[in-house]
Design a protein around this ligand. Structure first.
Ligand SMILES: Nc1ncnc2c1ncn2[C@@H]1O[C@H](COP(=O)(O)OP(=O)(O)OP(=O)(O)O)[C@@H](O)[C@H]1O
Ligand SMILES: Cc1ncc(COP(=O)(O)O)c(N)n1
Length: 265
């Protein structure tokens, strides 16, 4: 039996709802062998982040080397990267190990408001990582930072998607989680056509790690060899079920339910 292998390069969330933990749970649910390269350890729960401990860039490099030279990587994703030095190492290793299916979730600020990427690293993201990516999955505030545009209308989001493609990425999904619209509508663009993915918006406080889970699901499907559009559609179904069936955990922004896609779809 061939086993699809996916690597997440991201931060650890001790609370288990976002970051590496969300990614590995998603990989497992989608029947992909999950591996990790940890960039930073966060002390975090549903109420917020109480500590961030960045790893030395060398430690990130060694983790990626260890995985890529032995087990192999069919697809990888990045999440929290923390700083420029770690970003440089990731870009170097992605090139060295010829990781061609790369999903970038440009994590900048946690839902609780804590910065997960140093501000001076935002430009480096455009310069170093975006040109290597198969797809980038910004939420609306992240897409605004990357393009310098205000994105309140769909027309503006389409223009922003074009600008992101001009930065060298093959495709983009601008996620619609951060609006008050009745539907959660994500915009997909691959340079050929615009497509939208819609789901009902659930009024819930359990949305911690939605973006991590969504990008991990895309990565898992790409690792299996699915086309990008099929991967994005499955990821949307996965995250929608994970939000629709919340777990009653924590006093703040709780995690999504990674079992839900398997149980209820
Ligand atoms: N309340 C909601 N109801 C339904 N779908 C949602 C809701 N919130 C987010 N989504 C969907 O979840 C996915 C992730 O989007 P979101 O904009 O929340 O990402 P994010 O802000 O990067 O997440 P995070 O930073 O929490 O990891 C998208 O497909 C989005 O449409
Ligand atoms: C380690 C890590 N990675 C990513 C997020 C973003 O998730 P959210 O925006 O839901 O807080 C996070 N909080 N922690």
């Amino acid at each position: 039996m061939t086993i699809a292998r996916a690597l997440t390069i991201a931060g650890s969330d001790s609370g288990g709802g976002a970051g590496i933990q969300a990614d590995l749970k998603t990989f497992q649910e989608l029947h992909v062998f999950g591996m990790s390269a940890i960039t930073a350890v966060t002390a975090q729960n549903t109420l917020g982040v109480t500590g961030i401990y960045e790893l030395p860039p060398e430690a990130v490099a060694r983790q990626i080397d260890a995985v890529a030279t032995d087990l192999g990587v069919d697809a990888a994703k990045t999440g929290m990267i923390a700083n420029i030095e770690i970003m440089e190492v990731i870009a170097e290793k992605v090139r060295e190990h010829r990781i061609h299916r790369l999903v970038i979730d440009p994590v900048m600020i946690a839902k609780s408001g804590h910065a997960l990427l140093k501000e001076d690293a935002r430009d480096a993201l455009k310069r170093l990582l975006i040109p290597l990516a198969t797809v980038i999955t910004p939420n609306l505030p992240e897409a605004e930072v990357l393009t310098g545009m205000s994105l309140s209308t769909m027309e503006q989001r389409k223009e922003a998607a074009k600008r992101l493609l001009d930065m060298g990425v093959h495709a983009v999904v601008i996620k619609g989680g951060h609006t008050d619209d009745e539907e959660a509508v994500d915009l997909f663009y691959d340079g050929r056509e615009f497509r939208t993915l819609s789901a009902p918006r659930f009024h819930t406080r359990h949305t911690h790690g939605t973006g991590c889970t969504f990008s991990a699901a895309i990565t898992a499907e790409l690792a299996k060899g699915e086309s990008l559009w099929e991967a994005v559609k499955t990821a949307k179904a996965f995250i929608t079920e994970a939000i629709r069936h919340p777990l009653d955990l924590g006093q703040g922004h709780g995690p999504t339910n990674h079992w839900a896609y398997r149980q209820f779809k």
